[in-house]
Design a protein around this ligand. Structure first.
Ligand SMILES: O=C(NCCNC(=O)c1cc(-c2ccc(F)cc2)cc(O)c1O)c1cc(O)ncn1
Ligand SMILES: [Mg+2]
Length: 214
């Protein structure tokens, strides 16, 4: 039976990365995607911007929407303080199964809670299910037409506090026009665009960093 791209990505990690070494896992995925098969990880260039936002915030509670193979999950988890809470939501069971193994290979399974299901179903349940009051950082990297509805849902569910940061991938490519329009015109947010490139390509893309003003 044919293997899937996520399965081939996992094999590359198991072959080329050192167990328990998150940086070697990140490097193995970037090498695989640059030289073997492109895959929709945030990548090394945008990944450095993600790293700087995480490091600057030193967040106690992080939510990632869209795990895929766990690349950005590993990038974020490796920088978190020991008692931080980190939840990552993935809708696609095939992606989730691979991501669990990538996260485990990096030795970060204790720091991450991977939840399978639709973001729209899970966001209203997070407070009670995981004992989280608000998130300091949310990384949006799932279906691009879910960024706006899920942001409104997080607001309604009281998951954001003054100073919470939303960091959104792919605001140019594939693009999230309705989200950008909302977040840039809303008085509830202070937004800034970090120009970069679509992972492993020369195509323009970027991250939008938005601070919730309450
Ligand atoms: O596709 C699901 N999630 C990934 C969302 N992410 C993306 O779609 C994404 C796409 C691209 C991208 C850019 C250019 C291009 F030509 C093709 C793809 C890049 C990125 O950086 C992403 O993040 C999905 C499936 C499913 O069955 N269930 C739940 N989710
Ligand atoms: Mg992305």
């Amino acid at each position: 039976t044919q293997s899937t791209r996520p399965q081939r990505l996992l094999s590359a990690v198991q072959k080329n990365a050192t167990r328990g070494d998150p940086c070697s896992v990140v490097r193995a995925i970037d090498d695989f995607c640059r030289h073997k098969e492109w895959a929709m990880n945030v990548g090394d260039e945008k990944g450095c911007i993600l790293d700087s936002v995480v490091s600057e915030m030193n967040p106690a509670a992080v939510l990632e929407l869209g795990t895929y193979c766990g690349y950005s999950t590993v990038r974020i988890a490796r920088l978190l303080p020991p008692d931080a809470k980190f939840i990552t939501l993935e809708f696609n069971p095939g992606f989730a199964a691979i991501a669990r193994q990538v996260i485990a290979w990096a030795g970060l399974e204790e720091k991450v809670q991977l939840v399978e299901g639709a973001s729209g179903d899970w966001i209203p349940k997070i407070k009670e299910q995981f004992g989280i009051k608000t998130f300091d950082l949310v990384f949006l990297d799932h279906w691009k037409d879910r960024y706006l509805p899920d942001t409104k849902l997080m607001e309604e569910c009281g998951l954001l506090r003054k100073g919470s940061v939303l960091l959104a991938d792919n605001v140019i490519c594939p693009g999230t026009p309705d989200y950008l329009e909302y977040i840039r015109s809303s008085p509830k947010y202070e937004s800034r665009y970090f120009k970069s490139h679509l992972e492993y390509t020369k195509v323009e893309d970027g991250l939008e960093k938005s601070i919730f003003l309450g």
